[in-house]
Design a protein around this ligand. Structure first.
Ligand code: FES
Length: 524
């Protein structure tokens, strides 16, 4: 094989379901080439060479070994051609195989308090679709217009993960000229879900009348093609976070349906429509008692209040709770460790789907750290005891015989994430002017909140132990709010009422936040 011309090389990528060859510019790395082809690739760090998730293997040609490659691969693996796609800039024609983690069977949260699928056959006059666009996953529910009952559901991964796990990397990618790719990616994901629901339910696209979407501000901007330039820089002014009603074609870019699409309104750049939707789903606008909503994802968003007023905030928890930036971290896929118990004679682990262990999902990460703290392998400052400080704590072996460990760096990542959330909760209570006792109910939203052991999240100090007995896991409350919006005739008035009650506090300028953040870094 030779180079096609001076500045161009032929890159052939062998994937599981899809293989392709493209002529590419030498200035482009292989991850960018793969993304452009629409092949799904989960690049947690957004192509910075940090996460080690974008593994490829050289089949033919040459690829220089980079410093990042040396960090992530053993000498043996490097010899066998393993490289990071985001650091791989071929100088000659190459053939590589994608060695990324298989994310089939990813567990996606579609459960919420209004989620029961109807088994009654009702003659419907039309259909509506509720959608939650999460940074990681997208969930859909189709409901009948007459019965107002959910009839069918669909869920998928957000393929924008190829551009990074969190909203910051997506904003960055958008500002780096990838905004059209990102919009195309989310539109395609939405179309796949909508078409699947229409076909599987046996209805016509023309029968879909309304679609309601709950999503964070960045997801809305990327979907609508709004500039993200101001989302990442102070004072973080969004283009539009109001309740928006658009024709299907404007939002999805095609005329498959004539449905009207409503984008649920957000509160700010970092407390988006998914939270307004969650607050509406949990009935905050009608509550006498004071309740707290905590949505744990790559951004920890939270809100406290009742029908009088609601105070919201967001804290940069980072992707650790979703397995990101953790050595053996991964999404909630089959084989991910989700339960850990350190026993006298070894470590007992449980995996999703009871498959052989291949890594740790977010729940497994919390389980591990709680066990390490409780069994005193980690001291209160977060230091792993010797020899694990150097080697990492061994949890299990993969089918290939590799050791899945939890390292000192992983403990540090969790300390940063958990203290950000915990200090956020504490500041929110202080600014609202209540004590733990005065909070009647704590709603934990999101897939992670649905699965974590509440006891273990208290052991590590993520959730205050004073909330014991008050916690309710509400699942995908953003999807729940979008569904409710379509079910209730006064949905628009109600969600706008919730929105009018909300104010936001900025933790970065809060007088107490930094001290509390340092304090909660410790394990009690
Ligand atoms: S190391 Fe390549 S995407 Fe993270």
């Amino acid at each position: 094989m030779g180079a096609t011309c001076n500045q161009e090389v032929m890159i052939t990528v062998i994937g599981k379901g899809k293989s392709f060859s493209v002529v590419s510019d030498k200035t482009e790395n292989i991850l960018a080439v793969i993304n452009k082809q629409g092949a799904y690739f989960s690049a947690v760090c957004g192509g910075k060479g940090n996460c080690g998730k974008c593994k490829i293997r050289l089949v033919e040609g040459t690829l220089a070994v980079t410093l990042a490659d040396e960090k992530h691969f053993s000498a043996e693996e490097l010899k066998n051609g393993y490289r990071l796609a985001c650091r791989a800039y071929p100088e000659t024609d190459v053939t590589v195989s994608m060695e990324f983690q298989d994310e089939e069977g990813f567990e996606i949260q579609v459960d919420h308090s209004h989620a029961r699928l109807s088994d009654k056959k009702v003659e419907e006059s039309g259909y509506n679709i509720a959608i939650d666009i999460g940074t990681t996953t997208i969930a859909f529910q189709l409901l009948g217009k007459t019965s107002k009952k959910p009839i069918n559901a669909y869920a998928t991964l957000n393929r924008q993960r190829a551009y990074g796990a969190d909203v910051i990397s997506r904003i960055q990618a958008s500002c780096d000229g990838k905004h059209e790719e990102l919009q195309k990616s989310i539109r395609e994901d939405l179309m796949v879900g909508i078409i699947w629901l229409v076909k599987d339910t046996g209805i016509e696209p023309s029968q879909i009348e309304s679609i309601a979407i709950g999503a964070n501000t960045t997801m809305i901007h990327l979907l609508m093609g709004y500039s993200c330039a101001n989302l990442g820089v102070y004072p973080f002014i969004p283009v539009d976070i109001s309740l928006q009603e658009w024709p299907f074609e404007r939002v999805l870019g095609n005329t498959y349906s004539n449905a009207e699409v409503t984008l649920l309104p957000g509160i700010s750049t970092y407390v988006g429509g998914d939270i307004t939707s969650g607050l509406y789903s949990c009935d905050f606008g009608k509550k006498d008692e004071i309740c707290l909503l905590v949505d744990l994802g790559t951004n920890g968003e939270m809100a406290i209040g009742n029908h009088d007023r609601i105070v919201t905030t967001s804290t940069a928890a980072g992707p650790a709770f979703e397995g990101g930036n953790i050595s053996w971290g991964m999404g909630s896929v089959q084989g991910a460790i989700c339960n850990v118990e350190i026993q006298a004679d070894g470590v007992a682990v449980q995996t999703i789907g009871e498959k052989p262990p291949i890594g740790l999902c977010g729940t497994g990460v919390i389980e591990t750290i709680a066990e390490l703290v409780e069994k005193e392998y980690v001291d209160e400052t977060g230091r792993l005891e010797k020899p694990y400080f150097e080697t990492g704590f061994e949890l299990a072996k993969t089918p290939e015989g590799k050791t899945i460990t939890f390292t000192q760096q992983d403990v540090r990542e969790i300390q940063l994430a958990k203290s950000a959330v915990r200090a956020g909760i504490e500041v929110l209570l202080r600014r609202f002017g209540v004590t733990y006792d005065q909070v009647s109910c704590v709603y934990l939203a999101g897939g992670f909140g649905f699965h974590i052991s509440q006891k273990k999240s208290m052991i590590i100090g993520l959730i205050p132990s004073e909330f014991d007995g008050k916690i309710e896991a509400v699942g995908n409350s953003s999807l729940g709010g979008a569904l409710r919006y379509l079910q209730e005739s006064d949905g628009k008035d109600e969600i706008l009422k919730v929105l009018s009650l909300c104010s936001e506090i900025d933790l970065s300028t809060d007088a107490d936040f930094n001290d509390l953040y340092m304090e909660y870094m410790f394990f009690e």
